[in-house]
Unconditional design. Structure first.
Length: 276
């Protein structure tokens, strides 16, 4: 099992990528970076080359990308346009590959959300078609697409691991798999049975955070294995033999240099890892 960090969640720069913290995340001991593809795709060619050099010089690989689509690229509804989606992907996916990403996360709630009053079945068919397009382009670059179910306030379609699996089954491509995000799963009060049933075949990536539900804070960096009931989730991953990546995707409200290192050790304890 590898442990990584979604650096867009701690970004302080105007580009909202978080590259200014790559050195700190490496020093904290993480195995890889997870970087936001929508923001990276918006960079000019020269700015992207600078980012690529920064990643290479720091020596911490970018093995995953989140934020596949910006909200401005509509995937559902009457305004969804297949040529716009295709053109965007033909710019985005090669950049993910150039960075070294093995997994690209497809949550993109803003882009995927069904417009008010739009037919759900038609929206579902649009999401299936888009996901097939994404996976076909990604396959040419050796990239797996991990469908991310999101909590209902963020998106009104694909809200559970079971629904993510249903989408992967409809797409029926080898590089179409599913992500489980502990924050979204907890918010939706989703039980672990679907994860136990379908996880061995479909789970390919994990996002992790202290959900902090009821505290008035957004999801935050885990601080202690005892602060939340993490054990059933960790046990489920162990039961299905999960050995892929786990990325902390959360906001940091303390000194990042201290908290990033502490969170990494906390995750290793939660998932009973002695070595990254």
């Amino acid at each position: 099992m590898k442990f990584g960090c979604c650096i867009n969640m701690i970004a302080s720069g105007e580009d909202k990528i978080g590259a200014e913290h790559i050195g700190l995340i490496k020093q904290a001991g993480y195995d890889y970076l997870e970087m936001p593809l929508a923001e990276i795709t918006q960079l000019s060619d020269s700015a992207f080359e600078d980012l690529l050099c920064m990643v290479q010089e720091n020596g911490l690989p970018c093995e995953a990308c989140n934020n596949l689509f910006p909200a401005s690229v509509r995937l559902t509804g009457q305004s969804a346009d297949s040529s716009t989606i295709q053109a965007y992907l033909e710019r985005a996916i090669p950049r993910a590959a150039a960075l070294g990403a093995k997994v690209v996360v497809f949550g993109s709630g803003g882009a995927k959300r069904l417009p008010d009053g739009f037919d759900h079945q038609q929206g579902w068919e649009q999401v299936v078609a888009v996901t097939k397009t994404v996976c076909t382009i990604a396959a040419a670059h050796g990239i797996t697409i991990a469908i991310e179910p999101l909590r209902k306030p963020e998106c009104n379609i694909i809200n559970s691991f079971a629904e993510g699996v249903q989408l992967a089954q409809a797409v029926n491509l080898e590089n179409c798999r599913v992500l489980v995000d502990f924050y979204h799963l907890t918010y939706e009060n989703e039980d672990l049975q679907s994860l136990l049933t379908y996880g061995p075949a479909y789970l390919r990536h994990v996002h992790f955070a202290n959900p902090a539900i009821g505290t008035g804070l957004p999801r935050i960096y885990p601080d202690d294995p005892a602060e939340w009931n993490y054990a059933p989730f960790a046990q489920a991953l162990e039961q299905i033999g999960y050995q892929h990546r786990v990325s902390v995707e959360a906001y940091c409200h303390q000194d990042l240099a201290v908290q990033a290192a502490k969170t990494l050790q906390t995750m290793k304890r939660i998932f009973a890892q002695t070595n990254a």
